[in-house]
Write a protein that binds this ligand. Structure first.
Ligand SMILES: *Cc1c(COP(=O)(O)O)cnc(C)c1O
Length: 424
């Protein structure tokens, strides 16, 4: 099945035989992924139709950007697709972390308390919250306090402590995807249960979901199961590999309005903010997002099956339910991490000839190694792998714009790890 690859890439025969076997194993999982993609593509297409998207929406505005039809309609389409009342989709949100920050500062006020109810948040939020760094304008500097409820040792939510700790809290933070943590990602069903538990004891608490890497992996999004605000990046799933930059913040209308005053200024909110030439890539990206997400999930599922066969600890396993793109591979040594990333890099369309090395990245505590040969800098809907250089020497792999090329990247990474094993 995969024999043709030897005509293009240096891949050992025994690995290709294993790849054939793994593809067979993954076939039923792939059918489910295709079914979800079909559902989400229909949802997106129907939303485009309902909002009467035309060529005029794809052209941008400049200056203040008042009455930017493309921008305002894209907000409405995102809201509909994400199951939310309202949304802000902006190329001026420079990253997922920025979108999360704007949303948090938009709704939190001095004296408020936020509680992370699914364990510590994504690394880059630590400085935003004020868990690291001092005097840099964090939420803590502005008088917002922080509490945390960890997941239970088995990775499930600690409902008892969640109920106890969220009472009176202004905001409860949930992170759908595992991030750089050794914890399971949270399915929509589980997020729904957490939301219900919070509403039961503290109906006023704003339920905030970091939805990064989650969009379109399931049929529903967290806003449909009780989340009040959800946030994500457009250089991950929701931009379909085509949006050049940006993020979204979606949820309850009153909260999105508050966030809009932080996005620009109190009083101006969403009325201003020109789209330049970014409407077309954001529309096209959303259109492609469910199918591109499916390719990335297939790449991840295949890698899980393959690396498990090669004897590595993988999470999630290939047949476990999926709610994000991320695969955690425990490789066990810094050398294997470097080999894996070199392989992924070699399978990239851009910069395939360079060798990634660990470096100190802004916002992260440990040195990080990253393989990313992407059309869009830092885009992780494109095949990429990264991990902090610390125990247990695991990499987190995600992305793959197309399944067939994603597979090649995974195979090159596997070949590099096999070679490292022989040499080391
Ligand atoms: C990627 C990610 C972020 C931050 O996104 P950046 O665009 O890298 O700033 C936040 N939370 C989670 C769970 C993520 O996966």
């Amino acid at each position: 099945m995969n024999q043709y690859l030897t005509g293009f890439f240096d891949l050992p025969e025994n690995l290709l035989a294993l790849a054939d076997e793994c593809e067979g194993l993954c076939a039923p999982v792939f059918r489910k992924i295709d079914e979800i993609a079909a559902y989400n593509e229909a949802k997106v297409l129907a939303a485009f139709g309902r909002h009467k998207v035309s060529a005029a929406h794809l052209t941008g505005s400049n200056g203040y950007g008042y009455d930017d039809l493309g921008r305002d309609t894209l907000d409405a389409i995102f809201a509909e697709v994400l199951g939310a009342e309202d949304a802000l989709v902006r190329h001026t949100l420079v990253s997922g972390t920025h979108a999360l920050t704007v949303a948090l500062f938009g709704v939190l006020r001095p004296g408020d308390r936020m509680v992370a109810v699914t364990g510590g948040p994504y690394d880059t939020l630590e400085e935003v919250i004020g868990l690291r760094g001092e005097g840099n304008g964090s939420l803590k500097d502005f008088g917002v306090s922080y509490g945390q409820v960890d997941l239970l040792p088995d990775g499930t939510p600690d409902y008892e402590n969640i109920r106890r700790k969220v009472k009176g809290a202004k905001l409860a933070h949930i992170q759908r995807s595992r991030g750089y943590a050794s914890r399971p990602s949270l399915t929509i069903e589980t997020i729904g249960k957490i939301c219900a538990a919070i509403k039961e004891v503290s109906p006023e608490t704003i339920i905030f979901v970091d939805n990064c890497y989650g969009e379109f992996v399931e049929k529903e999004e967290p806003a449909s199961v009780g989340a009040d605000l959800i946030v994500g990046s457009l250089i991950k799933n929701a931009g379909g590999g085509i949006a050049e930059t940006g993020g979204y913040i979606a949820g309850r209308k009153d909260l999105v309005e508050l966030v809009s005053y932080r996005l620009t200024c109190p009083g101006i909110g969403r009325e201003a903010g020109c789209s330049l030439n970014q409407n077309r890539p954001m529309y096209l990206g959303l259109y492609f997002a469910p199918s591109v997400t499916a390719s990335a999930v297939k790449t991840s599922v295949f890698a899980s099956a393959l690396f498990e066969k090669l004897g590595y600890a993988v999470s999630p396993k290939y047949d476990e339910p999926r709610t994000d793109l991320i695969l955690q591979l425990t490789l066990g040594s810094p050398e294997k991490m470097c080999a894996f990333c070199k392989g992924i890099q070699h399978g990239s369309p851009i910069d395939s000839h360079v060798t990634p090395l660990p470096w100190a990245m802004p916002g992260y505590e440990n040195e990080v190694i990253m393989a990313a040969g992407a059309f869009t800098l830092g885009s992780s809907i494109e095949l990429s792998a990264d991990g902090p250089m610390r125990e247990p020497f695991a990499v987190w792999m995600q992305g793959g714009l197309t399944w067939n090329t994603g597979k090649i990247g995974v195979l090159l990474a596997a070949a590099a790890c096999m070679k490292e094993g022989e040499d080391g």
